[in-house]
Design a protein around this ligand. Structure first.
Ligand SMILES: [Zn+2]
Length: 138
């Protein structure tokens, strides 16, 4: 069921020149969307477009002829995935790996191997048991 009266929070001049309504959804994240009589509904939910609508809309009771004189502008395309400028950090742990005095001690290696095999074996054993269980009761 569609709500008969959408919540109009503002108006804007559409890229096509028409006056469009900026509406707000009544559920979820209360996202804005626009309705233009020519372009119809625009439901882009990216933060960039949402901010653009919020920052550029005018009061919903603004006369259409006033809005029609507003400059046409559109959200500039942006790289949504632009990462924050994080300086490369050298991990201190890398510097401590260099320990020539302990290079000869390799006896610990097999211990680590068997320590890993036991839980893996149990894991697959449990899977096989589950499959068998399911098959038996099908
Ligand atoms: Zn339009």
């Amino acid at each position: 069921m569609k709500k008969p009266n959408p919540t109009v929070v503002g108006k804007m001049r559409c890229e096509c020149g028409e006056v469009m309504e900026v509406r707000q959804r009544s559920n979820g994240r209360k996202l804005l969307y626009t309705y233009c009589p020519a372009c119809k509904v625009d439901q882009r939910s990216s933060q960039h477009v949402q901010d653009y609508w919020r920052d550029n809309m005018v009061a919903p009771d603004t006369p259409d002829d006033v809005i029609a004189k507003l400059a046409i502008s559109a959200p500039e395309p942006t790289q949504e995935t632009k990462p924050d400028q994080v300086p490369a950090v050298i991990d201190d742990d890398e510097l401590e790996e260099w320990s020539p005095a302990e290079m000869e001690q390799t006896e610990i290696e097999p211990e680590q191997g068997s320590g890993l095999l036991l839980p893996v074996g149990l894991f697959f054993g449990a899977i096989v048991a589950l499959i068998g269980f399911n098959a038996a009761f099908r």
